[in-house]
Design a protein around this ligand. Structure first.
Ligand SMILES: N[C@@H](CCC(=O)N[C@@H](CS)C(=O)NCC(=O)O)C(=O)O
Length: 222
């Protein structure tokens, strides 16, 4: 069997979660860079594979998947030695799924709404969007109160995707001091992921994107 192919770019946040999970599972992808900064995702071959032309995209023997959280769930089911990272207990899985969808549709979405227009096209920062982001961060803080991890007694793919989002916020210098439960959880997750090349695969890339944002602010782009 040939390894699954991953189309990706190292700094892309949703790609980072897939690379971290692969490291945890000991899974070797055939890695193919798609440089979205150069518009490579619009090449006909890639659009034929994924009409939505986004990364990460995975091709596992003809199973073509995009949406990073769907890829995370599939990889644990297909390549995990146990169900620990995506528990099969329906009540625990329900919480994992809720957290994954909260990150996709609310938390990470509000992060991109606030930061990306400035970072990529130098648009002014929007206080209304910042308030929406703070509201979502507050919800996560409440969710994490009294918990070691986001959805289960142990680390799951819900923590993984939320970790990428929150570490990116930290690298953007979003003020996390008011959110005690998030700060404690963040340190716990970083420690948990340290053996899986956390710094190389996620920490350093979050800083790289943080620096891109700050450079735009310093150019007077916001
Ligand atoms: N919800 C998607 C987001 C994917 C996404 O927005 N990817 C960006 C890079 S971070 C992309 O491919 N942009 C280029 C494009 O959509 O054409 C996921 O989690 O996989």
């Amino acid at each position: 069997m040939s390894p699954p192919v991953l189309y990706y770019l190292p700094p892309s946040p949703p790609c980072r979660s897939i690379l971290l999970l692969a490291k945890m599972l000991g899974l070797d992808f055939e890695l193919k860079i798609v440089n979205i900064l150069e518009g490579e995702q619009l090449k006909p071959d890639f659009v034929a594979l994924n009409p939505q032309h986004c990364i990460p995209t995975m091709n596992d023997e003809g199973l073509v998947l995009w949406e990073s959280r769907a890829i995370l769930s599939y990889l644990v089911a297909a390549y995990g030695k146990s169900d620990e990272l995506y528990p099969t207990d329906i009540r625990v899985r329900a919480l994992v799924d809720q957290r994954l969808q909260f990150d996709l549709g609310t938390l990470y979405m509000r992060l991109t709404d606030y930061y990306f227009p400035t970072m990529f096209i130098g648009a002014p920062l929007d206080e209304g969007k910042r308030a929406k982001l703070s509201e979502a961060v507050g919800w996560l803080n409440t969710i994490l109160e009294g918990r070691q991890f986001a959805a289960a007694e142990h680390f799951t793919i819900a923590d993984l995707t939320l970790l990428v989002t929150i570490s990116q916020l930290e690298a953007f210098d979003f003020e996390l001091r008011p959110y005690k439960h998030i700060r404690q959880w963040l340190e716990r997750c970083k420690e948990h992921m340290a053996p899986y090349d956390y710094e190389e695969l996620n920490g350093s890339k979050a800083v790289l994107m943080g620096d891109m944002f700050k450079a735009k602010i310093n150019q007077g782009g916001a």
